[in-house]
Design a binder for this molecule. Structure first.
Ligand code: AR6
Length: 170
């Protein structure tokens, strides 16, 4: 049975085929979850990212996970929140969809996401969460390859938002 899970904690410790990085368009590292992933994966990750030539907003690229438990890192670039009238919601949905499609193309069965764009990029988590869950649900209905999608919340407040959104589906 394909499942959506929510957990609270550090995404770098999760044992899944791929963790998703909320990166920027350079793919050359940064703060937040991006910094944590690069620290945990080791300097080989930055070397691998250098050969990718950046990434457009809404798109996704894949590298090995190096020292992480996860075999791969899928790097995606979320939109900066400007109030909602610059296609932020569509671009965020594209991040989730393109990351899931990339995982499927690599034959992966489990994937964990942070709250893309909901940190420095300022996307309100209450608006981002239903997009994340909606894309995950839609994907699980279309494919059999991926059996586990984990949403990793860093804060208790974010965990509550995800819990409420999942409960509202029942
Ligand atoms: N595990 C899980 N979630 C985390 C972790 C972690 N170790 N650390 C932070 N978060 P952000 P963005 C959460 O700012 O908004 C970077 O500098 C955090 O609480 O990391 O997409 C990039 O290079 C929040 O809920 O990413 C870009 O320049 C979520 O991860 C820019 O930030 C995303 O917060 C991208 O901004």
């Amino acid at each position: 049975m394909a499942a959506i899970e929510i957990v609270q904690g550090d995404i770098t410790s999760l044992e899944v085929d791929a963790i998703v990085n909320a990166a920027n368009r350079t793919l050359l590292g940064g703060g937040g979850v991006d910094g944590a992933i690069h620290r945990a994966a080791g300097p080989e990750l930055l070397e691998a990212c250098r050969s990718l030539n950046g990434c457009r907003t809404g798109e996704a690229k894949i590298t090995p996970g190096f020292r992480l438990s996860a075999r791969y890192v899928i790097h995606t670039v979320g939109p900066v929140w400007h109030g909602g009238d610059r296609q932020e919601e569509q671009l965020l949905a594209a991040c989730y969809r393109n990351s899931l499609e990339l995982a499927e193309r690599h034959g992966l069965t489990s994937i964990a996401f942070p709250g893309i764009s909901t940190g420095v990029y300022g996307f309100p988590v209450a608006r981002a969460c239903p997009i994340a869950i909606g894309e995950a649900r839609g994907f699980l209905e279309r494919t059999e390859m991926i059996s586990r999608i984990v949403f990793c919340c860093f804060s208790g407040a974010d965990l509550d938002v995800y819990r409420k959104n999942l409960a509202a589906e029942q």
